[in-house]
Design a protein around this ligand. Structure first.
Ligand code: G6P
Length: 367
């Protein structure tokens, strides 16, 4: 029952722990052993063949999911994809290339800016409109031509957790479906689908670091600022991690693509500025390691989230948290889990109202 916290002290923690189950629910009926089942977009999936461009529009955490999808769509399908916050999109003149898919992301399906963006988009000659949404009866679902539900169940904590990881799951399904129509081989599709099938188990494995993360959260409680770093798909996850920390622990946090460190934020690094580094295990690993050295050389305290084969470990000024080693396509989803846990435990240490942070609403239905 969604309104029952069960064994948990807060809805947010309950929802964090529901993720293996709801990610399974999001995948259910949408993939076979080796393929994405395009019937999940409705009876007529012919639009997938026609897409030449994608515009993604959303707010808050949903916007961060869209930023990850840009990497996936451009990488797997080779199609241009742009991502924008709805409150900007709706107030400017947008140039729409031919055969562009308009894709909205929303937990609630009631966010005023996202709805206004959809209504505007419908006048701009898009190929079609697709909503990835968690609430089947929402206005966004009703007003979009196509829907892919995230199936996360009701989310009550104001800080979004399971809605985000199921949005990413739904976006991965969508990205692969578009890629298949744009030259992705059957072999690669099968590899990606098999990775997706293992996702709930890896999210479960990531949750096993909870007790360790709770311990390191104590070191954060007296900090006023934090800097999150990532590269590639880990950059939007850094943005999401910093948003979670701001929302519920009221610690000022920023996220930067690690390569931009030297263009400004390095000036902020000292022993009072914890740096949270999300380390991918791909060809960016060595680049990220050298970014970490830049920080360590300036006395910064580093919180490193990486798999153990990256050869990173705890040492002076480095606090290591292990993240399960996964296919790189899954890394942004699996790396989200420890950041949710970190912001949760920091908020509990600080004694804030975790489920109802000050000044924020679950669903922003007015401008
Ligand atoms: C509010 C919530 C956020 C959410 C954002 C977008 O700001 O507090 O958690 O990400 O709205 O909401 P939506 O329902 O459109 O995903």
């Amino acid at each position: 029952d969604a309104t029952d916290k069960g064994e948990f002290r807060h809805y947010m923690m309950k929802e964090i722990y529901e993720q293996p189950k709801v990610i399974s629910a999001c995948l259910e009926g949408r993939i076979s052993e080796s393929k994405v089942l395009t019937s999940c977009f409705g009876a007529d999936s012919a639009f997938l063949k026609e897409i030449e461009n994608v515009h993604i529009v959303a707010c808050g955490t949903s916007y961060h999911a869209g930023l990850v999808a840009k990497y996936w769509i451009e990488d797997l399908a080779g199609l241009p994809c742009s991502v924008e916050v709805a409150s900007e999109y709706r107030y400017r003149k947008v140039a729409v290339p031919k055969k562009t898919l308009f894709l909205t992301l929303s937990q609630s399906g009631e966010t005023a800016d996202t709805l206004a963006a959809l209504r505007m988009a419908k006048e701009l000659g898009y190929l079609t409109t697709l909503a990835i949404c968690n609430v089947p009866s929402s206005t966004l679902v009703r007003e979009s031509a196509l829907t892919l539900l995230t199936n996360a169940g009701p989310e009550i904590g104001v800080a979004s957790t399971k809605a985000f990881t199921t949005q990413l799951t739904a976006l991965l399904i969508t990205s692969v479906a578009i890629a298949v129509e744009n030259g992705l081989s059957a072999e690669k599709e099968k590899e990606l689908v098999q990775a997706m099938r293992s996702l709930p188990a890896y999210v479960n494995a990531a949750l096993l670091e909870d007790a360790h993360i709770k311990k390191i959260a104590d070191r954060f409680a007296n900090k006023n600022n934090a800097l999150f770093l990532g590269r590639g798909t880990m950059f939007p996850i850094a943005l999401e991690g910093s948003l979670k920390l701001k929302e519920i622990s009221y610690i000022h946090a920023e996220a930067y693509p690690a390569g931009e460190l030297k263009h400004g934020p390095l000036a902020l690094v000292d022993e009072d500025m914890p740096i949270i580094a999300l380390v991918p295990h791909n060809d960016m690993l060595d680049k990220l390691k050298s970014n970490l050295q830049e920080v360590a050389a300036r006395g910064g305290e580093l919180y490193v989230f990486a798999d153990k084969d990256t050869d990173l470990h705890s040492e002076e000024n480095i606090i290591f948290t292990e993240v399960p080693k996964v296919d790189s396509i899954l890394e942004p989803i699996v790396h989200t889990i420890p950041l949710q846990l970190l912001s949760y435990h920091v908020a509990v240490v600080k004694g804030t109202d975790v489920d109802q942070p000050r000044n924020l609403a679950k669903s922003v239905t007015v401008e």
